[in-house]
Design a protein around this ligand. Structure first.
Ligand SMILES: Cc1cc2nc3c(=O)[nH]c(=O)nc-3n(C[C@H](O)[C@H](O)[C@H](O)COP(=O)(O)OP(=O)(O)OC[C@H]3O[C@@H](n4cnc5c(N)ncnc54)[C@H](O)[C@@H]3O)c2cc1C
Length: 386
């Protein structure tokens, strides 16, 4: 398989790069310090078609595909993990999920508004006692006439405070465990929905994260996504998409850190020469460059397989996600070493990008969860790709 990026994808990448440099870079440091969510930026991104790559034109997308989505993600996360998180929510977390599992009426009602950012969407899987172990969630949806009554709570939900709709996972039949989970498109302004911020985070401070409480919320039966009892299957397939975005985000953060380290190593002089001339700095930088390139290739391969129709390529998605996200943390460490004291200062972006990088190891399946998938497949215990 080749790794050629087509002209249409390159044009999208170029547009994303220019937009992020012009609209996001000048204000991101201030927005992060003030925990300010940039809705205007999300709306501008919607107008420019950033959210529509993995969505067909019939539903308001561009149909450019997963590779285009990955390269746009990379451009965003070079500068901001917060905007990358918002980007993931609008595209893979909600629009693409409704496209893959929703009925025609749901697709028509929700997708275009998400793609244009007229409507903001979140995804609610995690609960206080259900992190990696998704099946242990406790939120319930009980059928009553033509409605479901939703009760329970979610935590660590990106965008909770600003979302208009949420794709929420709940048990419709807890006795069936994996086969008793369902997914719903929930109106986040409905009676009985309340939201509180989570504990203060280390990074991604310009993107809100909250707890959501559902106090007997009435959800019309037409808001059941796909079929009742298939929620666990949907969440796993949906993670195959959001994990690609996480991998691409980690590659972008690594590249942003490398760019900063190179600039600094050329400028900073010690012992009468630029520190970039010292072999130990070069060794550090070479490792950062090679590992990032390897992560990028794994991520692009994963995206290209999806573009070829293999969207549930769980093994290659896990490999890309696990490797890229671990690389981002190692690259952040290397960049900090190269910048020394200035890397530790909030005057330089390295400190922010380091905090951005750490989250990729936690989200969308921790490193351990991906190692379980990869090793289970290698050992022949459980085939990752069905
Ligand atoms: C900023 C932020 C935004 C988020 N946004 C969202 C969102 O929008 N929607 C959403 O639903 N969730 C969201 N999450 C939650 C995120 O998906 C979870 O944090 C993640 O699934 C891991 O769960 P946990 O943190 O509870 O860790 P745990 O599952 O408690 O894991 C803790 C540690 O134990 C390890 N571990 C767990 N099980 C095993 C095992 N079987 N074998 C070996 N090791 C194991 C893990 O690898 C990890 O190292 C967000 C989290 C953060 C921090």
């Amino acid at each position: 398989m080749g790794f050629e990026i087509g002209d249409d994808v390159k044009a999208m990448q170029d547009m994303a790069r220019k937009f992020i440099q012009k609209e996001v870079l000048p204000r991101i440091s201030d927005d992060e310090k003030n925990h300010r969510f940039q809705r205007d930026i999300i709306e501008k991104m919607g107008k420019l078609g950033f959210f529509g790559c993995p969505i067909p034109e019939a539903y308001g997308g561009s149909g450019l595909g997963f590779l285009a989505h990955a390269v746009v993600t990379e451009e965003i996360s070079k500068v901001s993990g917060s905007i990358r998180a918002a980007f993931n929510m609008q595209t893979m977390g909600t629009a693409r999920e409704i496209f893959q599992f929703g009925d025609e009426a749901q697709k028509k009602k929700y997708i275009q508004k998400l793609v244009t950012a007229e409507s903001l969407g979140c995804i609610g899987i995690t609960e206080a006692n259900a992190g990696s172990d998704v099946a242990s969630l406790r939120t319930k949806a009980v059928k009553k006439g033509s409605k479901y009554i939703l009760s329970g709570s979610k935590t660590w939900i990106t965008y909770a405070q600003v979302a208009d709709i949420g794709v929420i996972y709940a048990y419709t039949d807890p006795s069936q465990r994996y086969k008793g989970m369902s997914a719903f498109v929930v109106d986040m302004h409905a009676k009985g929905v309340s939201v509180h911020p989570t504990a203060e985070k280390m990074g991604w401070l310009a993107c809100p994260t909250g707890e959501i409480f559902f106090d007997d919320v009435e959800v019309p039966e037409e808001n059941l996504l796909g079929e009742a009892g298939r929620g666990f299957e949907y969440v796993m397939h949906s993670l195959d998409n959001t994990r690609l975005t996480a991998a691409a985000g980690a590659v972008g953060a690594s590249q942003g850190l490398i760019d900063e380290a190179i600039k600094y190593a050329r400028d900073r002089e010690q012992f009468g020469r630029p520190i970039g001339k010292f072999q130990m700095i070069q060794e550090e930088l070479a490792r950062m460059v090679v590992e990032t390139e390897a992560a990028r290739l794994m991520t692009y391969r994963c995206a290209m397989q999806k573009d070829e129709g293999n969207i549930n390529n769980t093994l290659e998605t896990s490999m890309a996600k696990y490797y890229s996200c671990d690389v981002a943390s190692r690259v952040a460490d290397g960049a900090l070493r190269i910048l020394g004291a200035y890397g530790y200062s909030s005057e330089y972006p390295v400190e922010r990008l380091l905090r951005d990088a750490k989250l990729y190891q936690i989200l969308e399946g921790s490193a351990n969860i991906h190692k379980i998938i990869i090793a289970g497949d290698a050992l022949g215990y459980r085939k990752a790709n069905k």
